[in-house]
Design a protein around this ligand. Structure first.
Ligand code: SF4
Ligand code: MSK
Length: 654
């Protein structure tokens, strides 16, 4: 029999702990209990098994990996490489399908067939056009004037569609990749074509009896991952900004204390922003507010979870209730009247758990039905039908609440909204927006380097703890941290996403945070917004002084508590872009194999980036800091420079 779950050791989030205690009292289970009951399969954990055909499934020994092969003769390296490739495919497909859905919506909006959404950010539209060589002005009657928005948007949509459908040739956002990095990809033959082609070819090659040489498989999964980061994900981010506005710094509360027992509580959880944007309209509609009041509530209270929540925290400051591992815990509060979900990271267990508490659990996307959920499809040409229905069900449930409500009273203010454009503006001001101050402060040593700490939470490790400890170590050592997804929420909950958190930083980083008025930990958005970090890296290279390739930069990546296949695709596109990337929790490879050597060492010679693994947060952070120091040394900027006061000459040079 499995030992009883030690709730105090399961998480550092007091809200989640309080709800796990309540769950135990209520006799319901969460993923923490299930993870405690079921140990991870030791062979699968090391990626030493294959079920790609019915001669298997075949299991090799992680302890003696070359002792046997599969029935077909597949070696441990082939099996691991194929498994890894399939994780990349699944993760990349999730992001690219999300991006393609955004592009489909964008086209319908531009054609005027969908009117509930509009182009909110024309400046962003122009910026993206200019980045990929689409004209934003026309010359007429001898003068230059702005191009028609619709015409420009249609050309952009047509061009970006190539991100998915292009059979041969480079996808549009390759124009953003620093020249030397792109040159290397061309030499290696890993510049992505359209993602549909890359995903299809990768799946073909992992079928039994096709690609059985791990180096060659790795080459194709690098290409596939790059088609996600610089393709599908980037399109999702850029189109979302054009339709809903580019984020800029905004205050937003996080944690379960944002729920309110006197209000009808509605939560949106998932990934695509459309459902949430329409839900914001619905909960602010006076007619719906009146209905809520007629049912005895003070009004309607809206909160987000996971990446749906991250998107609207970034854009509108809508409260964020918690990350992936808190999605069941929040239902246990009894305060959630409806939870509407779309795609990705939605645990099937939410359906039966919601039933226990009378919460209306509503799936809204045709691609993601869940047994036991109520399905109300969100049709983009009439989205209010769906969201108004969810609100109606939530009000009904509020009226008939018959379970005790217990809301954890923890909440924390955070600042979100650090898009690439906002960082540019924040550093250089409106007329001189630039990454130059960032590069200069890296060169002069006040900022040691930049780390992207991202990814999920996972019940196999102490919830939020690894994220928080890794980030605390980094900022203490003057490493500026940028964050996305569930990891960002872990840090927002402990109060590190406010300028006052400068007190936890080393002297140099603290000085920058105090001068600019920023937190040392910047929330840059959702999972697809990792593309914003790629753009920031490219911008740092283009700004100058830190080398010619992304791999020259003193930067590192990390996913301390990852769990999803999307995280593997994200990690791979960072590695292939040249970023040293450390994962925690677990890593799907067998020790002492050629494939592991390739991922952890060999890739550095090819693309400049490589994978690493450390479960312990302090070792994890140290690996990243050591890498940053090696890069500083290679750039010749390892010595901390004396502080220099800006004279008129310097200002002119700027
Ligand atoms: Fe086993 Fe080979 Fe079939 Fe995989 S493809 S299950 S290793 S026989
Ligand atoms: S939601 S992919 S648990 S970050 Fe994007 Fe969080 Fe990971 Fe899902």
């Amino acid at each position: 029999m499995a030992k009883e779950l030690d709730i105090q050791e399961a998480s550092i989030c007091p809200s989640t702990i309080q709800m796990l205690v309540k769950a135990k009292k209520d006799g319901v289970q969460t993923c923490y209990d299930r993870a405690n009951d079921m140990a991870a399969c030791p062979i699968g954990d090391k990626s030493a098994c294959c079920k790609n055909c019915s001669m298997g499934p075949c299991r090799l020994s992680p302890k003696d990996p070359y002792a046997k092969t599969g029935v077909c003769g597949a070696t441990i390296d082939t099996i691991q490489a194929r498994n890894f490739a399939r994780m990349v495919v699944s993760g990349a497909a999730a992001h690219t399908d999300h991006g393609m859905a955004m592009l489909d919506l964008f086209k319908e909006v531009v054609h005027g067939k969908i009117t509930d959404y509009t182009i909110k950010d024309v400046a962003k539209l122009k910026y993206v056009c200019s980045e990929i060589g689409i004209a934003t002005t026309v010359t007429e009657d001898g003068g230059v004037k702005d191009r028609d928005v619709k015409e420009m948007a249609l050309e952009l949509a047509e061009e970006l569609e190539k991100t998915y459908t292009q059979v041969e040739g480079e996808i549009p956002f390759m124009k953003r990749v620093p020249a030397k990095t792109l040159e290397r990809w061309r030499e290696l033959g890993i510049v992505p074509r359209g993602s549909m082609r890359e995903l299809m070819e990768m799946m073909h090659r992992t079928h039994i009896g096709v690609d059985q040489e791990y180096n060659n498989i790795t080459k194709q999964f690098q290409r596939t991952a790059l088609s996600d980061g610089w393709g599908g994900s980037m399109v999702a981010t850029e189109i979302s900004d054009i339709l809903y506005g580019t984020p800029k710094a905004v205050h937003g509360w996080v944690d379960m204390g944002c729920l309110d027992a006197d209000y009808v509580n509605v939560i949106v959880h998932g990934h695509e922003p459309n459902l949430f944007e329409s839900m914001i309209d619905a909960v602010n509609d006076p007619k719906n507010i009146e209905k809520a009041k007629a049912a005895g509530a003070k009004g309607i209270n809206l909160g987000g979870m996971c990446c749906s929540g991250a998107e609207v925290l970034m854009r509108h400051g809508v409260p964020h209730i918690g990350n992936f591992l808190s999605t069941e815990a929040v239902i246990v509060s009894g305060a959630v009247d409806a939870m509407a979900v779309d795609v990705q990271c939605i645990k099937q267990a939410l359906a039966p758990l919601s039933e226990c508490y009378g919460t209306k659990f509503v799936t809204t996307n045709p691609r993601a039905h869940i047994e036991g959920a109520i399905h109300v499809e969100l049709k983009e040409d009439e989205p209010r039908k769906c969201v108004d229905k969810v609100v109606e069900m939530a009000i009904e449930r509020y009226k008939n609440r018959n379970k005790p409500v217990e809301i954890p009273q923890y909440k924390q203010m955070s600042i979100a909204g650090f898009s690439h454009e906002y960082i540019n503006y924040m550093l250089g001001g409106k007329f001189r927006s630039s990454y130059k101050p960032l590069n200069e402060n890296i060169i002069n040593g006040r900022i040691r380097g930049v780390a992207g700490v991202v990814g999920c939470t996972n019940p196999r490790v102490k919830h939020d703890w690894v994220h928080v400890e890794v980030v605390k170590e980094l900022i203490k050592n003057n490493v500026l941290v940028v964050q996305t997804g569930c990891s960002a929420i872990s840090l927002a909950k402990v109060g590190l996403m406010v300028p006052e958190a400068a007190k936890y930083c080393g002297d140099g980083l603290a000085e920058i945070c105090e001068t600019v008025g920023i937190p040392p930990v910047l929330n840059v958005g959702s999972c697809v917004d990792n593309s914003r970090i790629l753009i920031a890296c490219a911008e740092m290279v283009k700004t100058g002084g830190l080398g010619e390739r992304i791999s020259d930069l003193p930067v590192a990546g990390s996913a301390p508590e990852w769990m999803s296949e999307k995280a593997i695709s994200i990690g791979q596109y960072f590695v292939s872009s040249g970023v040293y990337t450390v994962f925690g929790a677990t890593f799907p490879v067998t020790d002492n194999t050629k494939f592991k050597d390739l991922l952890f060492k060999g890739l550095a010679d090819q693309v400049g980036g490589s994978w690493d693994f450390a479960k312990d947060p302090y070792e994890h952070a140290q690996l990243m800091i050591d890498h940053i120091d090696r890069k500083r040394e290679a750039l010749g900027i390892q010595e901390k420079q004396e502080r220099k006061l800006f004279g008129m000459e310097d200002r002119r040079a700027l």
